[in-house]
Ligand binder design. Structure first.
Ligand code: GDP
Ligand code: IMO
Ligand code: MG
Length: 442
């Protein structure tokens, strides 16, 4: 049989919170399967449907479409506690989840010991006079470390209480030693962690699946798949502002290894891009503005954009659009098209600045360099454009946008070398301008 399914990957092209959740929900209308392939409950994806807001951390943003099957791929680090909480919240809102959610048996588990380590390490960095990473404290880094070190407990271990207990004992022995003797924190007890995990196992078992196999079968039967990235490309552990990054690969290529599909399945890569930049946590941000100065542009972006983290409630740092950063992002993802979000947040600004490159050690460069130390020394080089006074909020047709807004979008396309295929003009599913549909573009 010749497969007819077409598959789209959605990735964040900046430092996360670009609006991936909104677009995954919007695209899921044409998908049969939606898959998370990396990250964990450090993500916070917001969906607004007919004015009703839903925040998701682990469950794929296709869940609001009753006919869509949602998958959690092997690349995700899974807290079963947080997953069950999220399922309960959705169920309370009348959404059926358990029969539509498939969880890879190969997902490494995030256990309470991982968040304890995450939090204790951040505190130790601060005590030692080092800058914190500014993690979400969810245990993401320590869980990925255990995976790579080949000592992680995985979802499939939940089916085997004895095996689970043996592995947990070894794991706790090692991590508790570090907590107590190195991090000056309280060790965690085996029994409550084991008992809780075993009780949760009963609820998780019916959702366990061979996700790789099911995705490949769905596609072969003609289904469209949608791969939902979390975080953003500049938080990628290899390509981002290292060490101020998350602990997974957030780029599109990881959709393959994090879900168990081959690269030939990825037909279109959609780069979700805010019309300006934000960042949560520490690390370099060349175009950053002061968000606290009364009447400033930074303050405007922060307040009009409601830039507060969905997961931790922290204020997001805000700054001008950075085309040199986006160039790096398009390169490492192989972006087919961009979706520019939050264009409406720029309404009313007199002028807009776009960073087109940097001065680094006396040299002019046109693309974000690698790693925090280099990026820290980058001085942004700006180009200025005229803003617009009209409201773009909720506009659904490109030719209804003010001329200067269209010129801004065209300038972005030109600077980064990728087409703008979608524009988002508000948080609601409906507040979207379509220029070229990722599932229909060839
Ligand atoms: P994600 O992590 O990439 O899914 O993004 P978040 O949900 O963390 O953050 C994006 C925020 O912007 C959410 O509050 C969305 O509801 C909101 N949002 C998304 N698109 C737009 C838009 O075009 N305009 C406005 N004003 N808000 C938007
Ligand atoms: P979504 O999917 C924004 C940031 C944290 C911190 C760094 C490392 O909603 O875009 P971690 O807990 O992952 O070890 O923290 O990464 N971070 C995010 N920032 N959006 C996210 O997800 C993020 N997930 C992690 O703030 O700087
Ligand atoms: Mg988010």
């Amino acid at each position: 049989m010749t497969p007819t399914g077409r598959n789209v990957v959605v990735v964040g092209t900046q430092w996360g919170d670009e609006g991936k959740g909104k677009l995954v929900d919007w695209l899921a209308e044409l998908a049969q399967g939606v898959v998370r392939f990396q990250g964990g409950h450090n993500a916070g994806h917001t969906l607004v449907i007919n004015g009703k807001t839903t925040a998701l951390h682990l469950i794929p943003s296709g869940i609001m479409h009753p006919s869509v099957t949602c998958f959690i791929g092997n690349g995700v680090v899974l807290s079963t506690e947080k997953l069950l909480e999220e399922i309960a919240q959705l169920e309370a809102a009348g959404i059926e989840v358990r029969s539509r959610l498939r969880i890879s048996e190969a997902c490494p588990l995030i256990l309470p010991i991982h968040s304890a380590l995450d939090i204790a390490r951040e505190a130790a960095r601060e005590r030692g006079g080092n800058q914190k990473i500014g993690t979400t404290g969810r245990g993401i880094g320590p869980a990925y470390e255990d995976k790579v070190a080949r000592r992680a407990l995985r979802v499939q271990d939940m089916k085997h209480p004895k095996r689970f207990a043996e592995k947990l004992e070894i794991l706790l022995d090692m991590h508790n030693f570090a907590l107590k003797n190195y991090l000056n924190a309280t060790p965690l007890e085996f029994q409550p962690m084991y008992d809780t995990a075993m009780a949760q196992a009963e609820q998780i078992k019916p959702m366990m699946a061979d996700v790789s196999r099911e995705l490949n079968e769905l596609w072969r039967e003609g289904g469209n798949l949608l791969f939902e990235g979390a975080q953003g490309s500049l938080l990628d552990v290899d390509h981002g502002t290292y060490p101020y990054v998350t602990s997974s690969n957030c780029v599109a290529g990881n959709a393959c290894s994090g879900a168990g599909v081959g690269p030939q399945l990825l037909n279109y890569i959609l780069g979700i891009t805010k019309a300006y930049c934000t960042r949560v946590g520490s690390g370099p941000f060349p175009t950053e503005l002061d968000i606290h100065a009364e009447g400033s542009v930074g303050r405007h972006l922060s307040t009009v954009g409601a830039e507060k983290g969905v997961t931790t409630g922290r204020e997001r740092r805000c700054g001008w659009f950075d085309a040199a950063l986006l160039k790096r992002s398009c390169q490492i993802n192989g972006i087919s098209g961009l979706c520019i979000t939050k264009l409406d947040v720029l309404d009313g600004l007199d002028e807009l600045k776009l960073c087109v490159g940097y001065e680094l050690d006396g040299e002019r460069i046109d693309m974000l360099p690698m790693g925090a130390d280099e990026i820290e020394r980058c001085q942004p080089v700006y180009e200025t454009m005229e803003g617009w006074k009209e409201s773009t909020f909720g506009i659904t047709q490109y030719d209804k946008l003010p001329m200067n807004a269209r010129l801004y979008l065209q300038r972005i396309e030109h600077l980064v070398g990728a087409p703008v295929d979608i524009v988002s003009t508000g948080p609601d599913r409906k507040q979207t301008i379509l220029l070229r549909h990722p599932y229909l573009a060839h």
